[in-house]
Write a new protein. Structure first.
Length: 89
């Protein structure tokens, strides 16, 4: 399953991210949910002292920060490259 945090849902509703980017990320997460293969896209594990293993997925100028738990994907932040790394923590 794919779960979007409330902050991400609000960002979608406000229209801060183009619909094409939202669709692209959602399709990517659907593919990941189906295959569980993190090598399908440009995904890297985030460095830092976190309680979970966070990953980032790149689509153009946008980044999605997510983690996995029991084969489910939890998207915690989606935003532009220059603001995503400071804003989601």
């Amino acid at each position: 399953m794919i779960y979007y945090e409330k902050l991400v849902q609000k960002t979608f509703q406000k229209g801060d991210i183009p619909k094409q980017i939202i669709t692209s990320f959602h399709n990517a997460f659907l593919s990941l949910d189906l295959t569980k293969d993190l090598t399908l896209f440009d995904i890297k594990k985030m460095k830092g002292n976190f309680k979970r293993n966070y990953y980032r997925l790149i689509k153009g100028k946008y980044r999605a920060i997510f983690y996995m738990d029991n084969d489910d994907f939890y998207i915690v932040y989606i935003g532009k490259r220059d603001e995503v790394y400071d804003s989601w923590q």
